[in-house]
Design a protein around this ligand. Structure first.
Ligand code: FRU
Length: 518
């Protein structure tokens, strides 16, 4: 299948919309309440955000675009928001990058990616969204892959070049979105997600030599789970282990029918499979699906390659479905995770750790240790941490506890979110059962049993309304929203069934990344 040369379209009709949206977003931000608004995570100044888009390093700056509804703190007609940074530490807000406007994207600028072309310019690919009836999905939707080119060195303004890939006429597929583009051995590749006419989640591959005219190659992957009807935001990249073995990582954000509640919300999961890839034969999985993150709120990650070769991903902290997000009252909804470096370790397992640049946010630090928390005891290690990190090195060899951990955001009214490790089951539990607001469920991850022989490192990033936990240098990650009550936000170590020995405990306040002004 060959697609036609795109219709050039400067997107002028989108400019008025962009200015209006920008103005409204800034007006709404003036009234934003900041009790849970992130100090060191990327969020929109007001309104709604979802997926990270167009991640790249271009002409000396890091760029993060994201799905944005500038008008309200709920999903709606999508724009691309934009922030940029020179060091991955401090960020600057940029004007809205893309607004709906052409016939093909009149109802939304959906997710996509960025690449630097052979002339050194920045090109982006995104999905143009159109509702057949003009306002909702009752009569279906049309999704096509679109192209745009940056008009300036700051990658702030784009010229839309129009549609480059459409569903085949013989198969009017409704779910057909989220192009991810890369160059390999002199050829441009594009993958995107699709829901087949048989209701299966697939990933389609195209190639191009000029970035404009794309030729369909094949369906490189069909999700083995028949309940997955769409794979959103696919991504595919190679990783090399310390011993030089290369493996491909296929990222899937799966939309799954809920067989227990056919009319209910779809279940979504963000994971990856390891395997082999060739454009001719597609992706051959050599592993099952691993979750990227075991917390409550992680979806639609996107990766990109940093100039020094690191593979960095950002995810979206998708809100809980069970309860309305408390931040809606405050005029904003959604944030991205920290940038995470993905590597393959010597045992062939994936690790994800925050980019080292984040150390640049460190302010005052308090180092306590070694520390012992007596059996069935508690120890307050910090009276108030609004935004910062906590590193706990728990010595499992000399500890006697059955369950031990940390109460985070412990406020004077007695509410908190807890992180605890149960040695009987090897389960690490992030529990919001005692949280002040929001969904009160817990999430667990089983740690490898070899962990019992040594030290358990919990590296915890606490922001005003979220917690990210990295276990043993990124072997596992848990990311969840957590909305504390008013007052100082204490940190309390707890131990039960025996004592807990910590080799070290470090608490460091963070500076903001520069995006929480109004
Ligand atoms: C994933 C997703 C994408 C789509 C975008 C729309 O969260 O549904 O598939 O492009 O969000 O906002």
């Amino acid at each position: 299948m060959k697609t036609e040369t795109p219709v050039s379209n400067s997107g002028r009709e989108a400019e008025g919309k962009m200015e209006r949206a920008q103005r409204r977003m800034t007006e709404n931000a003036a009234n934003r309440i900041d009790r849970w608004y992130p100090r060191f995570h990327i969020a929109s100044q007001s309104g709604w955000i979802n997926d990270p888009n167009g991640l790249c390093y271009f002409k000396g700056r890091w760029h993060v675009y994201y799905q944005l509804n500038p008008y309200e703190p709920v999903w709606g007609t999508m724009y691309w928001g934009h922030v940029s940074s020179k060091d991955l530490v401090k960020w600057r807000r940029e004007p809205i990058a893309l607004a709906p406007g052409t016939e093909d994207d009149r109802d939304g600028i959906f997710s996509g990616s960025a690449v630097v072309d052979d002339q050194g310019g920045l090109c982006i690919y995104y999905t143009g969204q159109r509702w057949v009836n003009g306002h909702d999905d009752r009569e279906g939707q049309v999704q096509v892959q679109m192209m745009a080119r940056a008009l300036d060195q700051e990658a702030a303004q784009f010229e839309k070049l129009g549609r480059v890939v459409a569903p085949p006429e013989s198969q009017p597929i409704q779910h057909f979105r989220d192009p991810k583009v890369w160059k390999q051995d002199g050829v441009w590749y594009m993958i995107h997600g699709a829901g087949s006419p048989q209701g299966r989640g697939q990933i389609w591959l195209y190639t191009s030599t000029d970035m404009v005219s794309w030729t369909f190659q094949n369906v490189i992957f069909e999700d083995p789970d028949p309940d997955v009807f769409m794979v959103e935001c696919p991504d595919l990249f190679p990783l090399t282990s310390p011993s030089g073995d290369t493996i491909w990582v296929l990222c899937l954000s799966e939309m799954r029918r809920n067989p227990d509640e056919p009319e209910g919300e779809d279940v979504v999961t963000a994971g990856y499979m390891l395997g082999e890839f060739s454009p001719e034969t597609g992706f051959m999985a050599r592993s099952g699906l691993h979750l990227w993150d075991y917390g409550h709120n992680f979806y639609a990650p996107q990766s990109f390659e940093a100039p020094d070769g690191r593979r960095i991903i950002y995810g979206w902290m998708k809100p809980d479905l069970s309860t309305p997000m408390p931040t809606i009252e405050d005029g904003w909804n959604g944030q991205l995770t920290l940038p995470r470096v993905v590597t393959l370790d010597s045992t062939g397992r994936i690790r994800t750790v925050p980019a080292a640049e984040l150390d640049g946010l460190r302010g005052d630090s308090d180092r306590i240790g070694p520390v012992r928390v007596p059996a069935d005891g508690e120890r307050v290690i910090c009276d108030d941490l609004e935004a910062g990190e906590v590193i706990l090195d728990i010595d499992l060899k000399t500890s006697g506890f059955r369950t031990a951990g940390l109460r985070i955001q412990a406020t004077p009214d007695g509410t908190y979110t807890s992180l605890s490790y149960d040695r009987g089951t090897c389960l690490l539990v992030l529990d919001r059962g005692q949280a002040a607001r929001g969904d009160r469920t817990s999430r667990t991850v089983k740690l490898h049993s070899d962990i019992e022989e040594s030290q358990l490192r919990l590296h915890i990033y606490v922001d005003r309304g979220s917690i990210e936990v990295y276990v043993n240098h990124g072997q596992e990650v848990l990311t969840s929203y957590s909305f504390p009550a008013a007052g100082p936000r204490g940190l309390i170590l707890t131990s039960s069934g025996g004592d807990m020995a910590l080799n070290q405990c470090t608490i460091t306040a963070f500076d903001g990344i520069g995006l929480d002004d109004h």
